[in-house]
Write a protein that binds this ligand. Structure first.
Ligand SMILES: [Zn+2]
Ligand SMILES: [Zn+2]
Length: 231
């Protein structure tokens, strides 16, 4: 099987994730979310297609609605834009309810921001596997990384096209999990009265990294209200 290096323009989010020592697909998820919510916030008035999707979904899911709320209410300190956006959304919702009868099935579409995120993730899982298979530099960086969070490990595992893709994913995931286990045990050991005098080391936040590895890395600290900078 001939693997081609993905064009660098499509791997910038992944490379940022590797550089920041986090699951590179979590980085992709955060970037895709921000891009989508910002597009909705800024452009919904010119792009009724995006409003239509939200109408058919009867709003965003809780996570994406919260991102929208934070942009307007917390960061812009206004409630005007979110009210306009929700009014546009509800205009469609009211109409949809008009045509829903007691015998019809109520079937909201998926949250369009979630669908957008999944689409980005699927494509990027392929780019990641191609990047690792064709670039020894990034492969080394990945080998020394804290691994993929398990939901994204599952995705990459399912999308792996060769045995060596899976071997690499597995080796990295085993190393990452094993070394975390060592650190967690060390952290627990130092809580024992006998060892309490020992200085705490890098293992002190291992419990937090164990949460990241299981559920995914959190978005960067900066507020959701800052539009994405750079690539
Ligand atoms: Zn992840
Ligand atoms: Zn969502």
């Amino acid at each position: 099987m001939v693997r081609q290096a993905p064009p660098s323009v499509v791997t910038s989010w992944l490379r940022q994730g590797l550089r920041n020592r986090m699951c590179p697909l979590c980085r992709v998820a955060h970037k895709a979310d921000r891009e989508y919510i910002w597009h909705f916030y800024d452009e919904a008035s010119n792009d009724m297609g995006v409003v239509d999707e939200v109408r058919r979904a009867y709003g965003f899911c809780a996570e994406h609605m919260e991102m929208l709320r934070r942009i307007d209410v917390e960061d812009m300190k206004t409630t005007l834009s979110i009210s306009v956006l929700l009014a546009d959304t509800f205009a469609g919702i009211v109409e949809q309810l008009q045509s829903l009868g007691p015998g019809s099935r109520f079937a909201p579409a998926r949250c369009p921001a979630c669908a957008n995120r999944e689409d980005h993730l699927r494509r990027n899982a392929d780019y990641l596997l191609d990047l690792l298979a064709t670039s020894p530099g990034y492969r080394e960086e990945f080998e020394a990384s804290p691994g993929l969070c398990f939901p994204h490990f599952e995705l990459a595992w399912e999308q792996a096209r060769t045995r060596s893709d899976r071997e690499l994913l597995l080796a990295v995931q085993r190393d990452a999990s094993r070394s975390l286990l060592g650190e967690l045990r060390e952290h627990v050991r130092k809580h024992d009265d006998k060892y309490r005098h020992e200085p705490k080391g890098p293992e002190r936040d291992s419990w937090q990294r164990a949460i990241f590895l299981t559920t995914g890395w959190p978005p960067p600290k900066q507020s959701a209200a800052e539009p994405e900078e750079g690539p």
